[in-house]
Design a protein around this ligand. Sequence first.
Ligand SMILES: [Zn+2]
Length: 197
Amino acid sequence: MQFKAFESGIEVNAPTVSAIVQGLGCFTNISRRYLNQVGIGTVVNKKLILDMDAWYSQEAWLEAFENIARQIGDRVLFNIGMSIPSSARFPSRMKDIHDGIRSIDVAYHLNHRKNGKSMFDTRTNTMIEGIGHYGYEPVEGENEIVCVCNNPYPCAFDKGIITAMTQRFKPEAYVIHDDSQECRKNGFDSCTYRVLW
Ligand SMILES: [Zn+2]
């Protein structure tokens, strides 16, 4: 189910949250309103100030998404997702589309923390569970990667993240939402996307 955190107490870092500001582009008053009404950032002289070293409640961030979805729609959620690879922390070494798509789950855990600890440990390459995953499954013999996303983020947002990563490494590739599988918009736990080229 999109917008509902798997566990309470999870936090997300400011660079990730700032994707909302980038995703809304010139509509800074709108991003300010959506973040401020859930207690993210402070407004000074009508500008939203995010402390880039701060961590914010994942539940609040999801609430902002839910409000945006209800009042503006999926197109903006997609744009916010498209901004994630340039806003959030990602592994520095990615050489092709396979690295790019696989890295989304690493980055996802790197940019969230639980009990004050980053959910991806870069020294041991291990993850702490609690926020779900972004899948990476290459299809043997085909130019195709299947991504099953079981996490609390919205369907259109995840399509945006996968699309941005796909375009970075393979501009001719495209991403489809597999409508024959479950979708979080219908209350299920996951969505399936296919990257094809
Ligand atoms: Zn979906």
